[in-house]
Ligand binder design. Structure first.
Ligand SMILES: NC(=O)c1ccc[n+]([C@@H]2O[C@H](COP(=O)([O-])OP(=O)(O)OC[C@H]3O[C@@H](n4cnc5c(N)ncnc54)[C@H](O)[C@@H]3O)[C@@H](O)[C@H]2O)c1
Length: 423
């Protein structure tokens, strides 16, 4: 277990937040709405428990993530949010109050629980249609405290039909001792549908590539992914300190790693090679850094500015991933190429609401086709696919992504150590 990561996070984020769980008081309007949804002619309510009252579940001005909104879109009056599990019960209260104030259906009977055990006692073996696990990864993914939240949830809510677990699936190095594989097995043993929050797997452009690969009977020869971060206004300490959120490959480029594996299949982790440009390297000096890295991050914890990794897939194909902390302004630049014999694909603008896909079918033409997917909402597609029992990314696949991203980070760190020994 990486000692410093969870401990640092624990101290900063959740000190003394645990309170008694309690039921949120109902407005009479909300009570009537719930009563209506239980009327004989109404569809059966779709029951949900949120784990984490934060941005992924309830939205943020910084991005499109907001699982509660997608569930409201999907289920309307048949949504019934049974409760929110969060040690920060005050934050959960605020989220419910905001929903009730907006007149959003489904929150009239929502309970607040500080722990999974409290939720388990209150629900007493009740079946839950969906549990969304959106707590920070420092509390998840491992077999022992403080990161055994998944196991506590599985024990407390054993009759859950579907789980959606956010990325990354852990924040500790993936090892037998930390137990990430045990957590995957525990989810598998529930027999439930278990999806993971890699929403780029749900992009329409990704589906278009998959369909053409299948229709033409293509084999993927290689994948090339890149993730260029706009760093000028990035001020969260976690972005700059590897000890807090495991560094830019595990935390950010993980989305592109997951897409790479979707097309390349499982990777051979022992084949991963990584080169980095670090803060001490001349090309790694950043001119627009808006964060006091110098005094607030230990040199050994600073993030690489440029990471270039390559690996073999078990299929024989080759994958590569480049992450750069290099863009000024606020707009990130991401791209995925999938290369097959005769047909090549390039997906860009993945963080916008109109991703574009370039296809070159050089087996029949030298033209490049451009497909734009306007108003693509992968978060909605992801929720809909999970509800239908076919998640676009499974927990098992998300664990493979996690293992690959750590293998990339560790190969880079190993190379730096070897270089230092040689000098
Ligand atoms: N898929 C995506 O695009 C996407 C986008 C944003 C965030 N995320 C992921 O979602 C997760 C949460 O991120 P966030 O931005 O919502 O964080 P956040 O800090 O806004 O909220 C996290 C919440 O979890 C609560 N929490 C802490 N320990 C808990 C525990 N043991 N049990 C239950 N709740 C607990 C915290 O009190 C906090 O309210 C992270 O893994 C993040 O990477 C994914």
């Amino acid at each position: 277990m990486d000692e410093s990561g969870p401990e640092l996070f624990l101290k900063r984020e959740v000190a003394s937040k645990v309170k008694e769980s309690k039921r949120f008081s109902l407005s009479s309007r909300a009570s009537r709405a719930i009563a209506c949804s239980a009327a004989p002619m109404s569809p059966a309510p779709f029951t949900v428990v949120f784990v984490g009252a934060g941005e992924i579940n309830f939205g943020s001005p910084e991005g499109p993530w907001n699982h509660s909104k997608r569930l409201e879109n999907r289920f309307g009056r048949s949504l019934a949010v049974l409760g929110i599990i969060d040690p920060d019960t005050a934050r959960a209260e605020l989220q419910i109050a905001a929903k009730i104030k907006q007149g959003t259906h489904g929150y009239g009977e929502t309970a607040i629980w500080a722990t999974p055990e409290a939720a388990g006692q209150a629900l007493a073996g009740e079946q839950v249609d969906l549990v969304i696990v959106g707590a920070p990864p420092h509390f998840r993914g491992c077999a022992a405290p403080p990161a055994d939240l998944d196991l506590l949830l599985i024990a407390a809510l054993p009759r859950t039909k579907r789980w959606l677990v956010e990325k990354p699936v852990s924040a500790a190095p993936p090892t037998a001792l930390n137990g990430q594989e045990k957590v995957a097995q525990a989810y598998a043993d529930t027999g439930a549908v278990v999806g993971a929050g890699y929403m780029m797997c749900a992009l329409k452009g990704v589906q278009a590539i998959q369909e053409m690969i299948e229709a033409k009977g293509l084999k993927v020869m290689g994948t090339a992914a890149r993730y260029y971060m706009a760093y000028e206004y990035a001020r969260k300490p976690a972005w700059w300190n590897k000890q807090i959120s495991c560094g830019p490959i595990v935390e950010q480029a993980t989305h592109l790693a997951s897409l790479s594996l979707l097309f390349g299949g499982p990777a051979r982790l022992s084949s991963v090679r990584t080169h980095t440009v670090e803060h001490v390297d001349e090309p790694g000096r950043l001119t627009k850094i808006g964060f006091d890295e110098e005094t607030s991050v230990e040199p050994g914890s600073r993030i690489p500015r440029y990471t270039s990794a390559v690996w073999k897939y078990k299929s024989g194909a080759v994958g590569s991933l480049t992450h750069a902390v290099a863009l000024h302004g606020t707009t990130y630049d991401t791209e995925l190429e999938v290369i097959c014999d005769g047909t090549t694909f390039k997906l860009v603008d993945m963080y916008t609401d109109t991703p574009r896909l370039f296809i070159r079918q050089s087996d029949s033409s030298s033209e490049v086709e451009v497909h734009a997917f306007a108003n693509d909402d992968p978060f909605q597609t992801q929720i809909d696919a999970l509800v239908a029992g076919r998640p676009k990314c499974t927990f098992e696949e998300a664990l493979q992504t996690y293992q690959l991203t750590w293998a990339i980070r560790e190969a880079g760190e190993r190379e730096r150590l070897e270089d230092a020994r040689e000098e």
